[in-house]
Design a protein around this ligand. Structure first.
Ligand code: ZN
Length: 232
């Protein structure tokens, strides 16, 4: 199937998905989950007659803001998206300096390229090529209702962010992708950790914000649940 840049760029939502969650019922404190950028990943397929990938373009992870007293950014996207991220933050009356914590689901560059913009933020990204240091991820976020969920498979120290309120939201990075779930041949090439964690995520989530592709909730979530349940 031929895909053009134009058709895929439509995945970048103009109306940002926005959810409220209660973090402390006693004092009526809430935060917002705002998807600043919906992740894209357009694999143009192999160059004719070879197995070499033609190009992956556009490519950028989702960039999700947890907005409240502390501002947390989940993934920072890829090269070329700096201006868009700053513009989206501005719409929220924020600048990069207002971000307190950056959490990278993993250290692939389409998820952490723009970490450098957030000069005041504590960055949680685990072992990777950029830093040999493993952060203490458990103590790094102390806001009630926000938890780090270790979800290795796509990458050894991949993590997802679980937000528990009236609904369970999971910002899943590349731990679960609609295109992989739908493609049996692709699903079969995933390692055991990937399939186990994808099943964990889809079992507990009401809303999944994946690293690439549209938000998974409602009927789409139910459909993907049925597909995963049918897989060995
Ligand atoms: Zn990715």
């Amino acid at each position: 199937m031929k895909q053009s840049f134009e058709s895929n760029s439509l995945h970048i939502v103009k109306e940002r998905a926005r959810y409220f969650f209660i973090i402390d019922k006693d004092v009526d404190r809430s935060m917002e989950i705002i998807v600043l950028i919906e992740g894209v990943h357009n694999d143009r397929g192999p160059i004719k007659g070879t197995t070499i990938v033609n190009s992956i373009d556009p490519m950028c992870s989702s960039v999700t803001l947890l907005k409240g007293k502390k501002n947390i950014l989940i993934d920072t996207g890829y090269r070329g998206y700096e201006d868009e991220i700053i513009a989206r933050l501005k719409e929220e009356k924020l600048t990069p300096a207002d971000i307190d914590v950056v959490v990278n689901t993993h250290s692939h560059l389409d998820h952490c390229y723009n970490n450098h913009l957030f000069t005041n933020a504590k960055v949680i990204y685990g072992r990777n090529v950029l830093s040999p240091k493993k952060w203490d991820v458990v103590s790094a976020i102390t806001i009630p209702g926000i938890n780090i969920m270790e979800t290795p498979g796509h990458f050894p120290d991949h993590r997802s962010i679980l937000v528990k309120s009236d609904q369970t939201y999971i910002i899943a990075g590349d731990a679960l992708r609609e295109d992989i779930v739908r493609n049996q041949a692709l699903w079969k090439t995933m390692n055991d950790e990937y399939t186990m964690n994808a099943k964990r995520i889809i079992a507990v989530a009401d809303v999944i914000i994946p690293g690439h592709g549209r938000i998974i909730q409602g009927e789409l979530l139910e459909e993907l649940r049925r597909i995963i349940a049918s897989r060995q």
